[in-house]
Design a binder for this molecule. Structure first.
Ligand SMILES: [Zn+2]
Length: 62
């Protein structure tokens, strides 16, 4: 994996919606997510920890 200076990755955490409780929507983390980056990297849907580490890899140190 190569860090490119133009990297500006986007991180998305998947959620799932459960049955409503007393009329309230109930949303919880699904345990998966996705990170993608202008440099061409796209993890697709992977476990959250992998998406997170890919995102960190592609976040330039400022
Ligand atoms: Zn990148």
């Amino acid at each position: 994996m190569t860090l490119v200076s133009s990297c500006a990755p986007t991180l998305q955490r998947d959620v799932r919606e459960l049955a409503p409780v007393d009329g309230w929507r109930v949303i919880e983390p699904a345990g998966t997510g996705r990170a993608w980056c202008p440099c061409g990297t796209d993890t697709g849907t992977v476990v959250w920890a992998d998406a997170l580490s890919a995102h960190q890899w592609h976040t330039p140190v400022r």
